[in-house]
Ligand binder design. Structure first.
Ligand SMILES: Cc1cc2nc3c(=O)[nH]c(=O)nc-3n(C[C@H](O)[C@H](O)[C@H](O)COP(=O)(O)OP(=O)(O)OC[C@H]3O[C@@H](n4cnc5c(N)ncnc54)[C@H](O)[C@@H]3O)c2cc1C
Length: 366
């Protein structure tokens, strides 16, 4: 048996632990400062704050991230079909490209992401919208895919339940799996935290807080940085049923975005911002005013009057210069730096970590 400690209970740590437990020769302990069932989350625990949907951010030539995101797309569609209790809801995902963005940034050239081109466009059900389907005075073009929305804390609790299910059939239910609340100052502290003795391997899934671990090299720490996001959670009285991303361009507020995800439970997730190295928790009160003005301008088909905002959430996307770190160094496998894509990339990242674990096991005859 191989004893593995996964440090971190965000979407990356939990998905990785679940995938590791599918191999009956692995025994997994998750150690984390915070779990999805905690009533209050700190902003540096990013996963509960996300929307979350699948709209891959990979560039056309970034097949590494594309392949990771393809795994996630297929997995979420499977969950929609076979596990309604997972908290993943199908949603048509529409992208509206504004005339300002089309002219100023795309220079009048219709620009589509990688998943709307080639073979994968059939998998995601890509379709260009007819101009009769949007406001042609403001929108240059629009397209849709068969998307989804994840109810984040609920979904992560589902992942934990799946792990308990997998640990059945062994001597005691907890013999292959355990959860421990704890904080490590060095990743190497985690070896002694396995519930059955010293761990053979440690997986580092600490997200943004990797930059605080004492045994991460200084150069590496410098590469990890936050990108602040703000999400308003409103009662969905707008009539919106599709995820909607409006590709805006406002030179006065270049880090402001406009996207929506209607959740099954009646909440509307409204985002947001993309503010590099911004760590404040303070939300500018004029931001929501600008957002509603943009809603009325670009998405006038919905009702934006008397919208009731029930919660404001601030989170920090765990970015890393150079992209995801999925790498084994000795007996530690790092998996962090997934930025704005932790949910969509989680299954593909976990698959890669399992590959590294298996390589290590066969090399060291574990
Ligand atoms: C506003 C917003 C919207 C987003 N929308 C989307 C979206 O639509 N789709 C999408 O795919 N992604 C989205 N994201 C990005 C996504 O949320 C992140 O990429 C993802 O949550 C990162 O997950 P993680 O597991 O790496 O980190 P985290 O969720 O931050 O988890 C880190 C874990 O490590 C633990 N930990 C940290 N340090 C230690 C330590 N020293 N000792 C013990 N435990 C430790 C923490 O307690 C926590 O359990 C969004 C993010 C934001 C902020």
């Amino acid at each position: 048996m191989t004893k593995i400690v996964v440090v971190g209970a965000g979407v990356i740590g939990l998905t990785t632990a679940l995938e590791l437990l599918k191999d009956p020769t692995n025994q997994v302990t998750i150690v984390a400062k915070q779990f999805p069932t905690d009533f209050e989350h700190s902003s540096v625990y990013t996963s509960p704050i996300a929307g979350a949907n699948w709209l891959s951010f990979a560039d056309d030539d970034d097949t590494f991230t594309q392949n990771i995101d393809k795994v996630g797309y297929k997995k979420y569609r499977e969950l929609i079909k076979n596990a309604p209790e997972a908290g993943v809801t199908p949603r048509t995902d529409i992208t509206y490209v504004t005339k300002e963005k089309f002219e100023a940034i795309y220079k009048g050239v219709k620009t589509l992401p990688w998943y709307c081109k080639g073979e994968f466009s059939k998998v995601v059900g890509f379709r260009e919208l007819d101009p009769s389907e949007y406001n042609t005075s403001k929108i240059a073009y629009a397209y849709q895919i068969n998307g989804l929305v994840v109810r984040t804390s609920y979904y992560m609790t589902y992942l934990i339940n799946e792990m308990w299910k997998l640990s059945r059939g062994f001597e005691t239910p907890s013999s292959r799996f355990s959860l421990r609340r704890g904080s490590v100052t060095k990743i190497s502290d985690a070896y002694s935290l396995h519930h059955l003795g010293t761990a053979d391997l440690v997986i580092n899934c600490t997200g943004l807080l990797s930059r605080e671990l004492e045994d991460i090299e200084i150069e590496e720490k410098r590469r990890i940085y936050p990108v602040r996001g703000i999400v308003f959670v409103a009662e969905n009285t707008t009539g919106m049923k599709c995820n909607s991303f409006v590709d805006i361009f406002d030179p006065k507020y270049p880090d402001e975005k406009l996207y929506f995800m209607p959740r099954r439970e009646g909440e509307l997730i409204m985002g947001g911002v993309f503010q590099e190295n911004e760590e404040s928790k303070v939300v500018d009160p004029t931001f929501i005013v600008r957002m509603i003005t943009r809603c009325k301008k670009y998405l006038s088909q919905y009702n934006w009057d008397d919208l009731k905002i029930v919660r404001t959430q601030v989170g920090y996307r765990p970015f890393r210069e150079g992209g995801y770190r999925i790498e084994r160094v000795g007996k530690v496998i790092h998996c962090y730096g997934v930025g704005a894509a932790g949910f969509q990339s989680s299954w593909g990242c976990a698959e890669r970590v399992v590959g590294l674990v298996n390589q290590y096991k066969s090399k060291s005859k574990l």
